[in-house]
Design a protein around this ligand. Structure first.
Ligand code: COA
Length: 258
């Protein structure tokens, strides 16, 4: 358990809040574990009809904790990694997932939205997938979901350059259902979730299952994870993590193209 994930249930909606605002809700292994546990438990809880994912503070999440990436790369952390279980729970969730996003959604903060069924963005939302900037590769089956959703040209640019996409573009490209003023975000997302919770749950989950195939998603997640794990150990990644820790831009030009 971690205090950085808050879980609350009311009127058929299970709300999962990433609550580590001093670190911009950067996701730790413990946080992935708590999210995975909650999403998995919801599968057998007949009182949960919809899941709502949100972040506390000024941003949705700054993505995976970069310090933990660095620790994995050097072999400094041992034990079970929960991120795989989190991705699996997202891909397999039969409950509809709603997301409420303010400020930045970095890395897995954006790729998890591809697994959500309704996404509400605040006007200040900025979505980015800077895996390559960290010398890594896309995950969470985003390497197929993102180009499917927004087309190859936009997806490749998002992945390869890592620049943020604003709420208006994200909406236009089909990454979100609504863009609302920041002060209306929680109310709008909750209203969306409550409407969904009142629909016939069996028909909603079967519709979702017809539209999303967990086996295909999990097969891609496996391929991506192998590449991701290999990239974590490269000199490129070392340079990226050291640069992050030293608060300086990385210098990849000193490393040969391979
Ligand atoms: N992992 C670990 N710590 C993180 C983090 C992350 N992904 N993102 C932010 N933090 C920490 C910062 O190190 C800082 O900690 P400190 O107060 O102890 O120094 C704190 O959160 C606040 O972050 P800061 O960078 O000062 O906030 P900002 O508003 O200026 O910038 C971001 C926010 C998200 C743009 C910036 O923090 C960032 O680029 N983070 C890295 C994102 C990333 O690469 N994620 C992985 C994607 S695959």
């Amino acid at each position: 358990m971690t205090e950085h994930i808050k879980i609350e249930k009311s009127d058929g909606v299970l709300t999962l809040t990433m609550a580590r605002p001093d670190k911009k809700n950067a996701l730790t292994n413990a946080m992935y574990g708590a999210l995975a546990d909650a999403i998995q438990a919801a599968e057998t809880d007949s009182s949960v009809r919809v899941l709502l994912i949100r972040g506390e503070g000024d941003m949705f999440t700054a993505g995976n904790d970069v310090g933990e990436f660095a620790a994995i790369a050097t072999g400094a952390v041992q034990g079970e990694r929960h991120v795989g279980r989190f991705l699996q729970s997202l891909a397999h969730s039969s409950r509809p997932l709603v997301a409420a996003v303010q400020g930045r959604a970095v890395g897995i903060g954006t790729t998890m939205l591809l697994h959500c069924d309704l996404v509400v963005l605040a006007e200040n939302a900025l979505l980015s997938t800077p895996f390559v900037n960290l010398a890594l590769v896309p995950e969470a089956s985003s390497s197929i979901l993102m180009p499917l959703r927004i087309g190859y040209a936009r997806a490749f640019e998002m992945f390869a350059l890592g620049e943020p996409v604003d709420a208006k573009s994200a909406f236009t490209w089909g990454l979100a259902n609504r863009v609302v003023p920041l002060d209306k975000l929680d109310a709008e997302a909750r209203a969306f979730a409550s409407r969904l919770a009142k629909q016939p749950a069996g028909a909603v989950s079967t519709t979702k299952r017809l539209m999303r195939n967990p086996e295909v998603l999990m097969a891609q997640i496996k391929v991506e994870s192998e590449q991701f794990a290999a990239r974590l150990k490269t000199a490129e990644a070392r340079e990226a993590f050291v640069a992050f820790a030293e608060r300086r831009p990385p210098d990849f030009l000193k490393l040969a193209a391979s």
